[in-house]
Design a protein. Structure first.
Length: 250
């Protein structure tokens, strides 16, 4: 488990967070940092071995975590995941929708089914998780934080190609803004946010592990998410772009 940052107090003591895609990369970094900040956790991913490694690291550092393996594109699993969180923790204060996939290719090479799979995991699954989280947060204090992990490609199509990945992230950003506004106009204290990292040094982006200063450290993204969910009352960190200093996205 990564070392607690000097500036990270136990600001989430007594809170419970659910992090998806927590087996590696950004999701693992987020889960570990939220645990360091005092939160108990439910974590989920499709890979049992990776998820167990994250859970072991959190427990080894004194954290409290429940690891649940499953596929978020399966509606019945999503319902069961939140029901288990109810039983295990009794409340939900933070949801981080991180699980996702990135497939690229020319329009000639990417069939509609590939686009459909990308939308199912990157857009529809986070929406299903948001609905479940909001229902529970409303039933409690009508407060809480939901963070959807997007991408710089929530704003522009850096790769060109078929557009399956940016289409899913553009759509997730639209959902984030729409649900955030709906809750705000309804007087709810639940804050829905989006954090959009640039290229990040994970196995998804950098499978060979080559040194690349243009890539973000996953810990930086995790710290941005912690900043988002610990904003003072009355402050809504709505939509954030995070890129490395060496990157040239503009």
């Amino acid at each position: 488990m990564t070392r607690r940052a000097d500036w990270t107090p136990a600001v989430l003591e007594g809170r419970h967070a659910l992090v998806t895609g927590a087996g590696r990369g950004i999701g693992r970094a987020v889960a570990e940092l939220l645990a360091q900040a005092g939160a108990s956790l439910t974590i989920t991913a499709r890979s049992a071995d990776e998820l167990d490694a994250t859970a072991a690291a959190i427990r080894g550092a004194g954290g409290t975590v429940d690891a649940v393996v499953g596929d978020l594109t399966d509606d019945s699993f999503v319902e069961a995941l939140f029901a288990r969180t109810d039983e295990w923790a009794g409340h939900l204060d933070v949801l981080v929708n991180n699980a996702g996939m990135a497939q690229f290719g020319s329009v000639a090479d990417v069939p509609p089914e590939q686009l459909r799979r990308t939308l199912e995991l990157n857009t529809i699954a986070p929406y299903a998780c948001m609905r479940n989280a909001i229902a529970r947060m409303r039933a409690g204090s009508d407060d809480g934080h939901i963070v959807n992990v997007g991408s710089v490609e929530s704003y522009w199509t850096a790769q060109g190609e078929s557009g399956a990945y940016p289409a899913s992230k553009f759509a997730l950003r639209a959902l984030t803004l729409a649900v955030a506004k709906e809750l705000k106009l309804g007087g709810s204290g639940i804050r829905v946010s989006m954090v959009n990292p640039g290229g990040t040094d994970t196995t998804l982006v950098n499978p060979d592990g080559k040194d690349n200063p243009r890539l973000l450290d996953p810990q930086i993204v995790a710290q941005t998410i912690l900043h988002t969910v610990t904003a003072p009352p009355g402050v809504h960190v709505l939509d954030t772009l995070v890129v490395s200093q060496a990157a040239a996205y503009w």
